[in-house]
Design a protein. Structure first.
Length: 80
């Protein structure tokens, strides 16, 4: 189903008005608030920049874990 922006806004407002679930409302607010801050420019220290570059290089080299693998590793570390 394809909706216009106006139609989607109307539906969202209706759902917001209907819900009494605080957690859902907080999450919706968080998502909308993040949209406003996504344009922020972050100033990184040299150390932070190097860490980001290192992580990017590791990713390019395939040195990462998939979500389930990471979950399994964490469970091992926690002794579960």
């Amino acid at each position: 189903m394809i909706m216009t922006v106006a139609e989607l806004k109307k539906r969202l407002i209706g759902k917001i008005n209907q819900t009494e679930e605080l957690e859902i409302l907080e999450e919706m607010y968080r998502l909308i608030a993040n949209q406003e801050t996504d344009g922020n420019i972050y100033i990184l220290s040299d150390e932070q920049r190097r860490a980001v570059e290192e992580g990017q290089q590791q990713f390019k080299n395939g040195q990462f874990l998939k979500s389930q693998q990471a979950d399994n590793e964490i469970e091992k570390w926690l002794g579960k």
